[in-house]
Design a binder for this molecule. Sequence first.
Ligand SMILES: [Zn+2]
Length: 635
Amino acid sequence: MGLLLGLSLSGQVISEELVCKEHQRIQTQLSRRNNSGVKHGYLIDYNRCKWWVNPIKGAYFKGDVMAHFTVIAKTDSVGFDLSSNLQVDQVYGKDGQPLNFRRTGNQLYVFKAGGWNAKERDSVGIVYQGNPTNGGGFGYFVHDNHMKGPVVHTLSEPYGAQYWWPCKQTLHDKIDSLDVWVYTDTSMRVASNGLLMRNEVLGDTQRLMVWQHRYPIATYLVAIAVTNYSTYTQYAPLVGRSKPLPVVNYVFPQFRTDAERETRDVLPMIRLYDSLFVPYPFEKEKYGHAQFTWGGGMEHQTMSFMVNFSYDLMAHELAHQWFGDMVTCGTWQDLWLNEGFATYLTVMTTEYLKSKSEANGKLRGMRSNITGNDGGSVFPSDTLNVGNLFNGRLTYNKGAWVLHMLRDKLGDSAFFEGCRQYLNGKNTTYGFAKTADLSWYMEQASGRKLDTFFQQWYYGEGFPYLKINWKQKGKTVTLTCEQTPSHNSVPYWHVRIPLLLRGEGKEKLILWEPKQLLGELKTTVDFEMDTLIFDPNVKLLAKVSVGGMNLNQVQENAFVLYPNPTAGTFVLYARNPSAIQMEIYDVVGQKVREMDTKGNVTKQLTVSLDALASGTYFLRINDGNFVYSYKLIKN
Ligand SMILES: [Zn+2]
């Protein structure tokens, strides 16, 4: 799911009953947890959904949903999730005969004589109707107007499928195969998952459109959107294949001309992801966009719903077809595996299809957003709260930065190989993945241990503050780094700090991994340094202050300080009266005071340090000809 900039997510809290089903016990240790949890006692094989909806008449909705399933262990009931707000008219078995059912809250239990045996395959049909409530979240079932016509769309992520259809709402089990039949007004068109198999006018007033999807699909990715769409198809050529991939667009008629120009930008993106990672996961069918009125985009499988066709939003939702749809987060606590990847692939799209400097600009912007607040982890502390779960600063931006740093740590070759193994993994492909799965595949691809990396960057809150100082004397540059973690959940950040030493038109890049909170490093340079640049290539998530001086350019004894040490005030005497600029730095190179005689020649200057803490300070005095440096102690 992607949100356009400037809009904020609602901090809506959803009912606990709903969330218990998805809520996993928080695990502080990384382990590859078992994906085989089965809800309602069966595995879902196939859904045939028949829906009647006419946006011209309102939000009223009628359905006949048949579920084919395989029972795990002998049971006398099978369960479905369906909002109590919707009325169930009938439940029937595969012979068409009615079955008994019971409703408890948002659960529907179906019974048959003798129950079901272990491994039995069976099917159940549910006929229902009503006016679906929005139910919370981002608006799970919405009746709206796009100015030139009424529209109905669904958006089930994370907990909303049951608000409009009887389903098995879970992150454990995908629907293996799906048919969507929608009956609507003749003036309407229906966008959905998979391939359009039928589009027929029945009688004078009714249109039937049938979509067929033959890939596994998570329940929350099943969707329909119905309005007076204008439709067109474009084609993305794929490397090494003779047949291009159809990209089917369903757009509001008034935006058709602009849309046709804008959606062309998605074609090279498909080619890029397809060749960087693994082939487009739903190649036998299609990719597509359907316009809707919610303020962002939603990656419904093979058919992303879009408020508009802005470059980054298209990149984000397309990226989800691999990261989110093909491989789906295994719990909502792993949502960053969807959103972090989609956000990072938007940066990568800029890097590969536009320019590296523009991509770095995006990364810098995200970094200042993340470090604008000292706390917060990629791991969501509260998945019940949709605003907390889909937190733009953490789940999206920090998640993307974690992947960016992982790529830097492992190198491109191992990073992309790890991504491919993750997408193609026996336990993950067309299924679900947890953070431990990503860590495991990245370790396999790189041969590196990543426990510490994920422990600090996934579970840990915040980031490191770094105070970096430099001094050059002769050829030797002494660097000091003082680290302060922004949050106490991480006592020490293991980071590699890129530093660029620069002077006289020359430069030297240093990658420094300090081993403690206060680190010191000596290095030599063959130039007179004047500048230290932190992280020139934008690789580290940290907040930094930099200070320093070149002692080779400092002359002594032109000034006298008295008293030194001082209790609070000292006097600066000049041997030759001069106009000066003076700066005072603390031990970590932070400037704490500056004075300027503004061209007035002065013999002596009284300076008060009353406002400063006790300790050692450095004075840097510039008389227009030379820079002088002195150490001063305040008791
Ligand atoms: Zn997203």
